[in-house]
Design a protein around this ligand. Sequence first.
Ligand SMILES: C[S@@+](CC[C@H](N)C(=O)[O-])C[C@H]1O[C@@H](n2cnc3c(N)ncnc32)[C@H](O)[C@@H]1O
Length: 300
Amino acid sequence: MNGKIPHIVQYQGSKRLLAPQILQYMPYKFHRLLEPFAGMAAITIAVAAERRAKQYFINDINKPIVRLLQTAINVPDELITKYTQIWNGQFEYSGGHLEHFYHIRDCFNAGEQTAENMLYLLARCVKGAVRYGKNGKFNQSPDKRRHGTNPQKVAENVYAIAALLKGKTQFSSIDYRQVLDITQAGDLVYMDPPYQGVSNVRDNRYYSGVDFETFSKSIEILNKKSVDYVISYDGECGGKGYGNDLPESLRCTKILLKAGISTQATLLGRKDTTFEALYLSDRLANKLFDFIPKQMTLFD
Ligand SMILES: C[S@@+](CC[C@H](N)C(=O)[O-])C[C@H]1O[C@@H](n2cnc3c(N)ncnc32)[C@H](O)[C@@H]1O
């Protein structure tokens, strides 16, 4: 991979930094990549940057997120012009830049769920974390120290992403199970569902939780259809695992990727390395490990 992988905007849980490691476990060339839990589609963008697949399918249950990606890829000029207008507006707003954020958030919650409003909210909110209250309203606060990525930087990234994916990408905003229904042999599915540790708690990090049993059953169907897949699921920190492993009956190969030093542990004066689990379908692991000795791939 040459240089940095472009990204539209910060997104909590983005796999951008892990992408080079994750791509090591994908075939060199394949027909179509599907991302049912795309978020900001870091893996789709990284795969496209290496021109590994011919077609791409981006899905996320959160509609404004998909609208943002679709607009960025298909009509980048439109997105950049509108984002620039909103971004400049914060410096002219009578109540100041924080009030401007709340104003755009109110417009979004009143139904103006446009790509540019979503982009501005993500660029300006705390940790790029999409949070919705019980009433379904976006309720994340602005990051008081930042004004959000400047339009020129966003433009560079958006044009780079559009050049990689325009004309090759389908979009949808449906439940992941409906996306898995349309998969066929020859496809590669990359899945990054919300973490188990956070998906069922009250302050939900993402739009909707994903039930473990239902998810496992969906994977079983992919096995039956001989569709290759890679799943990011759960994490481990300092030897302490959290969340369930995927059931052994699915016959996946589990790999631990080094994700960095845990900020939580650093605060407590420890230096625990965090690991992120990656599960490969049995078929894919068999194909890959014909070329790569298994033990060398675990912690490189
Ligand atoms: C961990 S994030 C994905 C981050 C992504 N890999 C990236 O690099 O930006 C999980 C995503 O799953 C989406 N999601 C949650 N429940 C879903 C469902 N039932 N079907 C499809 N997407 C869902 C969330 O909206 C969220 O964007």
